[in-house]
Design a protein around this ligand. Structure first.
Ligand SMILES: [Zn+2]
Length: 141
C-alpha cells in the first residue's frame, strides 16, 4: 500500500471535518476546546501507539506521533474517530455505559457517530478496513 505523508493542513481539515460530524450527534461538544499537536508521549514507545487524548476536565489535547502522518489513511481516520470517542467520554456528554471500559467505549462512541465499526488490524492499530472488532481483549478494554 502506498502512503502519502499527510500534511498538517490536511490533518487539520480531516480533524475539523470529523469534529463537525461528531457535533451533529453530540452538540454539547461545541462548548469544549480541543488543541492538537504532533508530539511525544510514553504511549508512543509501543509500536501501536500513534495518538493520545488528555484533559484537565475542560480543555482537551490530542497528541499525534510524528509517524502518524505517514500511516495509511484508513488507519489515520480510525485513530481520529477513536480519539474523538475519548473526548466524548472524558467530557461527560455521553456518560460511559457500565459494560464498557474507556477504550471499548471510545470505539463504541465512534461506531455510533459514524455508523461504522472501529476495527483492529494485524498490528493491533485501529482501522476502517478489515480487522477485528470489537477491540481485542489483550489490548485492554
Ligand atoms: Zn484509546
Amino acid at each position: 500500500m502506498v502512503s502519502t505523508k499527510l500534511s498538517l493542513d490536511t490533518l487539520s481539515e480531516l480533524l475539523t471535518q470529523r469534529w463537525q460530524e461528531s457535533l451533529l450527534v453530540y452538540p454539547d461538544l461545541a462548548t469544549i476546546c480541543v488543541y492538537w499537536e504532533i508530539g511525544d508521549s510514553p504511549h508512543f514507545r509501543q509500536a501501536r501507539g500513534f495518538a493520545t487524548t488528555k484533559t484537565d476536565g475542560t480543555t482537551f489535547w490530542l497528541t499525534f506521533r510524528d509517524t502518524f502522518m505517514c500511516q495509511p489513511s484508513a488507519r489515520q481516520d480510525a485513530i481520529l474517530r477513536h480519539e474523538i470517542g475519548h473526548i466524548v467520554d472524558f467530557s461527560g456528554v455521553h456518560p460511559r455505559e457500565a459494560a464498557w471500559g474507556p477504550e471499548g467505549w471510545a470505539d463504541e462512541i465512534a461506531a455510533r457517530i459514524w455508523q461504522m465499526p472501529i476495527r483492529y488490524d494485524v498490528d493491533d492499530v485501529q482501522t476502517l478496513l478489515a480487522g477485528t472488532s470489537p477491540r481485542p481483549e489483550r489490548l485492554g478494554r
